[in-house]
Design a protein around this ligand. Structure first.
Ligand code: FAD
Length: 390
């Protein structure tokens, strides 16, 4: 089984083994029970935070590890490879990037050390809205300046972890859409202190989804937020959002790689052990070949993720690579999820084998945080020079 990972060179062995050890304290049964109750993995998030992993990307001067997306990828991949799910906390790693790149010095000093030591959770990113979908530039939630406050009205949907986060980075309109020159202007990023906001202009409604994912709907009704919570320049929020997307795509891709490895290993094991017609089912090429193909696709996707992460960490442009990494990794985790269910036969549907749980979990990445179609249209238009389709 060790040979499975032989093609992509094993790097960061120490980091991987430390994360693996931590994840060993959260076995299948931990995730299965939470899934059943749709409960938040509080103990796991605490453990990951206290071990310092959530602060991987925060510079050392602000109390973080000062490492790169490559190391963050290693951590998230291992969490998923162990059978766990980092969706409960991964955003803490990358949302702070907007603060780091565009926040004032005072913001950075105020928030980053606390995010690094885990005393403040910045895990919620409020972008999506029910009526605008992927067309982010058309979002409607308004933040109107009134003296030293923004007054916020509107609605967001699919805002994950809002109930478990202290802060949320909100993307809201500060200039009406019909008064901006470019459709990407007029949006701003504002930090919302959820501890003060809930019950004072903000209502959170949890949404039960097909997998355990603490996602919610938010209703803003004259929520007041101090003007100093604006991050960066007013009206430039969409640009800041774009800045943060490559890191997010690479990190989610790493989670998909972790899922794919988990499916692959479980599937190989089961195919060797399960005896039907007097021989292991893995002896049948009808079972072997989809597993072998999935493995080849997994190794190719891993290379793309590693390439995107390395470009990102060396400060080079990596839009196409980050998008392709997310596309290929999400495809292969879904491919191997299907192969696993097929190989396990009826047992693939039984909760106690965890295949069906991971199958539901990994399906998300065809849709969020960006859907496969939108990545394809990005590649077609911006990389291949094909006509814009929308
Ligand atoms: C569990 C979960 C957690 C999430 N967490 C967050 C979060 O924390 N914060 C946040 O802001 N958002 C979050 N999201 C939202 C997520 O980013 C969006 O669901 C996703 O971007 C797709 O948007 P939509 O659901 O509005 O789909 P729509 O935009 O309505 O699209 C529906 C379908 O049509 C396709 N489509 C749309 N336009 C085109 C086109 N021009 N060409 C081809 N196909 C097209 C899409 O690919 C998609 O398959 C989450 C979503 C889920 C399900």
């Amino acid at each position: 089984m060790d040979k499975i990972n032989s093609i992509v060179e094993e790097t960061h062995a120490e980091l991987k083994s430390a994360v693996r050890e931590l994840c060993g304290e959260f076995p299948d049964i931990y995730w299965r029970e939470l899934d059943e109750k749709r409960a938040y993995p509080e103990a796991f998030v605490q453990a990951l935070t206290h071990a310092g992993y959530m602060a991987t990307l925060i510079p050392e001067e602000f109390g973080g590890a000062g490492l790169g997306v490559t190391e963050a990828s290693v951590i998230l991949e291992e969490v998923h490879h162990s059978g766990g799910n980092a969706a409960a906390c991964h955003a803490q790693m990358y949302i702070m990037g907007t603060l780091l790149r565009h926040g004032s010095e005072a913001h950075k000093r105020q928030y980053l050390p606390k995010i690094a030591d885990g005393s403040l959770r910045l895990q919620a990113f409020g972008v999506s809205e029910p009526n605008t979908g992927t067309d982010t530039t058309q979002l409607k939630t308004m933040a109107v300046r009134n003296g030293d406050r923004y007054v916020i009205n509107g609605q967001k949907i699919w805002i994950s972890r809002a109930e478990h986060s202290d802060l949320m980075l909100l993307l809201a309109r500060t200039t009406p859409a019909d008064q901006v020159k470019k459709r990407t202007e007029g949006l701003s990023t504002i930090l919302v202190d959820l501890r003060q906001a809930v019950g004072h202009g903000l209502r959170i409604r949890p949404i039960r989804t097909m997998m355990n994912h603490a996602t919610t709907e938010l209703f803003f009704d004259n929520l007041e937020v101090p003007v100093e919570n604006l991050v960066g320049e007013e009206g430039q929020g969409f640009r800041y959002l774009l800045d943060s997307l490559n890191a997010e795509r690479i990190l989610i891709a790493s989670e998909c790689i972790g899922d794919a490895r988990w499916f692959l290993e479980r599937t190989c094991r089961y195919a060797n052990e399960r005896v039907v017609f007097g021989r292991p089912i893995g002896k049948n090429q009808g079972i072997q070949f989809p597993i072998a193909r999935g493995y080849a696709n997994l190794e190719a996707a891993r290379l793309m993720v590693a390439r995107a992460a390395s470009l990102f960490d060396s400060g080079k442009a990596c839009g196409p690579e980050a998008n392709m990494a997310k596309l290929l990794a999400a495809d292969v985790s879904w491919e191997l999820a299907n192969v696993a269910v097929q190989t396990y036969g009826g047992f693939g549907f039984a909760e106690e084998y965890d295949i069906e749980r991971k199958f539901r979990e990994t399906r998300l990445y065809q849709v969020a945080p960006i859907s496969t179609n939108l990545i394809l249209s990005y590649l077609a238009e911006h990389v291949l020079g094909l006509p814009r389709s929308y």
